[in-house]
Ligand binder design. Structure first.
Ligand code: FRU
Length: 514
């Protein structure tokens, strides 16, 4: 079921959500961020509901993270943009809500840019404007059965994101009757010297160009005949990325889709191709997936990243069960930031997303010495502290499983299966799973054919309520929420390969960022 129909009585609440002054619910620092399941090295709001990351932009020493936020409850409601800042993308400081609903509607997902040349004219005293571009979702219009209730608006900040002013000429892109018309991602296109805005229009993406962020012209469309279409397209992103080991770049188009992901519900597909300032083209008909887990959605990348890196953050949840997860004070968190690389394998291109180096700075003491599991052997170690850990595995084994478990018999099993040539995550008995049917009803599988080489290098990041698995530099990633009733404290490795060992190289504690 689409969450957009969940408004019901919430409609009335919008009226009470007019621009308030800025010291608000989110600004208070959390006591210790120590509630059950509170992520310790992932971003989560101090309280209440969060979904997509928005407006990810770097400016003047500050990484901004805005996010879809409902400040009055732990379920989705009238959307605002929450705000947090970071110097390193690892430690975060909460800021007051940046954007409130207004007469045009709720503030849905979007992006932000640094308008270095003041093309918008918003700066009058030499400041550098930050400009946010977002979707207005007009509740009254939706309730009245109209189809033009999503439009695009902009707002600007002249003090590096501290305060925001909506543009008086909003909306800047109107709607001719496309019901799902949203999530603008804007970047500057050097070649055409124009701003390019990518948004989704139901089953395809549209590309607009502008000289000033205010006047937009539709340039092209992509996607009706491409990729997965099990649900509505959402949250696009479009960027060039250098092909690893080559001098040339390709363009990457990310498209989130809900439902229709490989393991159910929400997921993010990508296309590799070309962009000429007007439209995106590719020969890739079939979707590729940023992540095969069920909990990495609506992710996009940073604008203006100072090192020229492409850094991605996704929402670590799934619309199938996002409102039902067993946390009380807040709901949901973000993935760790991941740096994208583009790899050519054979004649094909694949995106690899791997935790940024800064995440390594959180790695501290050993929880276990490394150990080796011989061919056809099974071994178990008791290890305290797995609930906040990083495990490094290296192996040429093509058939093994790694199972995290606790004394209650709850278990999370990660399996590489030689016969089916698949990697899988089984969280069916991982802890609390029955808060919603889809959460624990099946094993989640991923193909392994994009993994090159004879060995697997596996990094497993486990936090209080999530696991992120990266194989061979993130060519295969799986991100999953988990809610064990007590921390896992033992690890069993079953090696079914007749020839190769499995090396658990290290298991280390991850420090808290809060
Ligand atoms: C994706 C999404 C976006 C929309 C936002 C509303 O999760 O549905 O398409 O802008 O969430 O909160």
């Amino acid at each position: 079921m689409n969450k957009l129909y969940f408004f019901g009585a919430l409609a009335l609440l919008v009226l009470g959500c007019k621009e308030k002054q800025t010291e608000v619910e989110t600004a208070q620092e959390p006591e210790h961020y120590s509630e059950p399941y509170r992520p310790q090295f992932h971003f989560s709001p101090a309280a209440n509901w969060m979904n997509d990351p928005n407006g990810m932009v770097y400016h003047d020493g500050v990484y901004h993270l805005f996010y879809q936020y409902y400040p009055d409850d732990t379920v989705w409601g009238p959307m605002h943009w929450g705000h947090a800042v970071s110097k390193d993308l690892v430690h975060w400081e909460h800021k007051p809500i940046a954007l409130y609903p207004d007469e045009h509607g709720l503030i849905f997902s979007g992006s932000a840019v640094v308008d270095k040349q003041n093309t918008s004219g918003f700066a009058t005293n030499g400041e550098t404007p930050l400009v946010a571009i977002f979707t207005y979702h007009n509740m009254e219009g939706e309730k009245a059965g109209r189809t033009d209730f999503q439009t695009q608006g902009i707002a600007y900040s002249l003090d590096n994101g501290e305060t925001w002013t909506k543009y008086e000429g909003n909306p800047v892109i109107g709607n001719d009757g496309i019901k799902d018309f949203r999530d603008p991602k804007v970047t500057y296109h050097e070649e055409s010297k124009k701003w390019i805005l990518t948004l989704v229009a139901g089953d395809h993406a549209q590309f607009y160009a502008s000289p000033n962020l205010k006047d937009w012209t539709l340039m092209g469309e992509f996607g009706k005949e491409y990729g997965a279409h099990g649900g509505v397209w959402e949250c696009p992103d479009l960027f060039p990325l250098q092909v690893e080991g080559e001098t040339g770049s390709k363009w990457v188009l990310l498209i989130s889709i809900n439902p229709g992901a490989p393991n159910g519900g929400s997921g993010t597909q990508y296309f590799i191709g070309e962009f000429d300032g007007k439209t995106f083209t590719t020969d890739q008909k079939e979707p590729k997936w940023v992540d095969y887990g069920t909990d990495n959605y609506a992710g996009v990348t940073y604008n203006n990243e100072p090192n020229g890196d492409r850094i991605f953050i996704g929402w670590m949840s799934n619309w199938d069960y996002a409102r039902h997860t067993p946390t009380e004070k807040w709901r949901s968190s973000m993935t760790v930031p991941r740096k994208f690389a583009l790899k050519k394998i054979g004649s094909d291109y694949f995106l690899a997303g791997f935790p940024i180096d800064g995440i390594d700075d959180l790695v501290s003491s050993d929880l276990s010495n490394g150990w080796e599991i011989d061919p056809n052997e099974t071994a178990t170690q008791t290890i305290e502290g797995l609930d906040q850990s990083v495990t490094q595995v290296k192996t040429a084994s093509k058939d093994f499983s790694i199972t995290f478990q606790n004394a209650m018999g709850e278990a999370l099993a990660l399996t590489m299966d030689a016969e089916s040539n698949q990697f899988s995550v089984d969280r069916r008995k991982s802890g609390k799973v029955d808060f919603q049917e889809e959460f624990g009803n099946k094993i989640h599988v991923a193909p392994t054919d994009m993994l090159q080489g004879e060995t697997y290098d596996i990094k497993i990041l486990m936090d209080q309520s999530s696991v992120e698995i990266f194989i061979n530099g993130g060519l295969l990633a799986m991100t999953e929420q988990i809610f064990p009733n007590e921390p896992y404290n033992s690890l069993t490795v079953q090696n079914n390969d007749p020839k190769a060992n499995v090396m658990i190289e290290s298991i280390k504690k991850m420090e808290s960022i809060w």
